[in-house]
Design a protein around this ligand. Sequence first.
Ligand SMILES: [Zn+2]
Length: 282
Amino acid sequence: MTTHMGQSAFEASVVEPESATGARYCVFYGRELLLDFQSREPCLLDGGAIRFLAPEPVTRLFLGYWQGTPCYAVELDRESPLEAPQLTQGSLYHLLGRVDDALFALAGNAQQLLAWARDNRFCGRCGETMDYHTSERARTCAPCEMSIYPSIAPCIITLVSRGEELLLARNANFPGEMFSTLAGFIEVGESVEDCLRREVKEEVGVDVGEMRYFGSQPWPFPNQLMLGFFAEYSGGDIVCEDEEIAEAHWFRPDDLPTIPPRHSIAGQLIRHHVALHEGRPV
Ligand SMILES: [Zn+2]
């Protein structure tokens, strides 16, 4: 399995150490990530680098330990000017493919937890201010005892195949000529398998039979967990859903269009299938 290797570099925890000496910080200025491309780990700033950043942190969350070092997510007030010419401001997309999977996952984790903290300052049931739970990743409301945990949105992502051929689609809402696998959100009350069959049928009109789990990938845009599957075609002709799919075709492994990069699970599903059919190690 190639997905999400190296995750062991990070150990999540909500219990802050007594001393933050040597701590590293994943810093967002509003929604923009601050990056130091002089560093091997551009999204992890040290205490010295952030001490003189003018805006006060609006949120500071302990994330856990990155390679044994305490690590925090920090959101700075976007209303205050930022004086840090050595730092680049960028979205998480700037990091994709430029750092290893574990470090990218850590930055994604930081962004999602800051968004969760920002969106749950007040109790949705009674309106009181929410506190942080001392030992769990949760915000709690003392008066009504409600707890809110960070939410993730599970999605299926699937490569449909017919023998060696792959069914790939071009999304109507993304620019460029890239063809990719099919994906969709799992709905309330739906099984993973039912979701996969429904999404494939809705998006390209075909039926699938056998499905095989491949692996998963957190995808923090904004909070998906992608569950990757291979699925075998079992019938029907390609009929694209107009709003979402611009075009979809069967492709042979030796005649592929532009496909997603290998750091995405879509790219990995496609390369895995191709390698299998070419008899190469995967
Ligand atoms: Zn409440």
